[in-house]
Design a protein around this ligand. Structure first.
Ligand code: MLT
Length: 397
């Protein structure tokens, strides 16, 4: 008889965004004519930048001709892609070796797959509210979870608690869901904590391109000593509109050694065994997104979403609702008005205003009473959603 992984039974019935999809599908079935506006999952709405489209076309043409056809790419990433990431980091003041850079099909995949290089049953520290994949991936792996709740008092970006021991910790800045950012001082404290505990920081930098404040680091490697204690996971989903195209990268520094093992070497072994990477065509597209020309076009798209965030914040200001995020992040994290729980507010916003958001309690218990809005819809839809949101908040105040 097959012996199964019973840790799946410890998970909630469905992943947060699937639960929301099911509720929205029920609402649509009951109200087929409703003009529904989605500010729920952080899915982009702008098309891929022209430099990316051009690279995609060129790469497809390459695959049509014997002389330029490409078969398997290196599992860790094609040299031209690793070079593009290396150059991108160098332009932002971080020197990496190409061998420290790994291609991925997006941050979510690697955030979970990386657990392979740690022992089963280890302790993972999750700073909550948190992206639910951190928790679920560790539950599936049978790891022990320690939750560090955060609150508005510490701007949802807490300092480490020296009394907590863990093998790995997830840090996400700009944060999903709260939009909080970690200052240099706070990241230094976490690097110090990890070095003292011989723990590993998994730094989720998926939203780094939304940082406007020049004092906020885009990479954990801006912090001295981080290469000895941190892995960085990044994605082109939000930066370059790759949610449906898929590409990302992960940095595992060679200086990161635990129990005499180089994590970089373990990850090379893992990747060469478990994946053939992503296609030549996608890596060409991803490299184009990271080129200076691609980056200028990506920045123009990010600016549209930043303006959407401003519109949402303005609506909440007008309605007198407390919120955080939005300034250096595509997420606005608001307090539910009228003392409603997160799911109560979700239901009201859906039923009374036909706007979909994400209940804060889906990101951990300390998210109860909060609600997340994304800035990734179109400007037109965002303006309309902001108007409806303000109406509901004013009624509830
Ligand atoms: C979110 O809405 O939290 C993200 O879009 C989910 C993801 O990136 O997987």
């Amino acid at each position: 008889m097959a012996s199964m992984n019973h840790h799946y039974t410890e998970l909630q019935d469905s992943y947060l965004f699937r639960t929301i999809d099911a509720k929205v599908a029920d609402f649509r079935a009951a109200h087929p004519d409703a003009d529904l506006l989605k500010l729920g999952i952080g899915d982009v709405t702008l098309p891929l930048p022209p430099a990316v489209i051009q690279a995609l076309h060129q790469a497809v043409d390459d695959q049509a001709v014997k002389e330029t056809f490409e078969g398997y790419q290196a599992e860790v990433g094609a040299p031209f892609f690793r070079q593009a990431v290396q150059d991108y980091y160098a332009r932002n003041g971080v020197e990496l070796e190409q061998a420290e850079i790994f291609v991925s099909s997006g941050a979510k995949d690697d955030l979970a797959d990386l657990l392979d290089i740690f022992s089963r049953g280890m302790t993972a520290l999750v700073l909550e509210p948190a992206y639910p994949a951190y928790v679920d991936a560790n539950v599936i792996s049978g790891n022990k979870l320690v939750h560090l709740p955060s609150s508005a008092d510490e701007d949802f970006a807490p300092y480490p608690d020296p009394t907590i021991d863990a093998d790995i910790v997830y840090l996400c800045s700009p944060n999903n869901p709260t939009g909080a950012t970690y200052t240099i001082e706070k990241l230094q404290a976490w690097v110090e904590w990890a070095r003292q505990k011989q723990a590993v920081i998994v730094f989720d930098a998926a939203y780094e391109s939304f940082i406007k404040d020049p004092s906020i680091p885009h990479s954990i490697y801006a912090i001295e000593g981080a290469k000895e204690c941190a892995i960085e996971v990044c994605s082109l989903s939000k930066t370059a509109g790759f949610t449906g195209t898929r590409a990302g990268y992960t940095v595992v520094p060679k200086a990161l050694v635990r129990e005499g093992l180089e994590l970089n070497a373990l990850w090379v072994r893992n990747r060469t065994t478990k994946t053939n990477g992503i296609s030549y065509v996608l890596q060409k597209a991803a490299a184009a997104a990271l080129s200076p020309e691609g980056q200028a076009q990506c920045a123009a798209n990010v600016a549209v979403y930043q303006e959407n965030a401003r519109v949402l914040m303005e609506a909440l200001d007008g309605a007198g609702v407390w919120y955080s995020g939005g300034k250096n992040a595509p997420y606005v994290w608001m307090r539910c008005p009228g003392g409603l729980t997160s799911w109560e507010f979700f239901d009201k916003l859906l039923e009374e205003e036909q706007v979909v958001g994400t209940p804060g309690s889906g990101f951990g218990q300390c998210g109860e009473g909060y609600f997340r809005l994304t800035a990734f819809n179109t400007p037109e839809n965002t303006r309309e959603a902001a108007k409806r949101l303000a109406q509901l908040c004013s009624r509830l105040a």
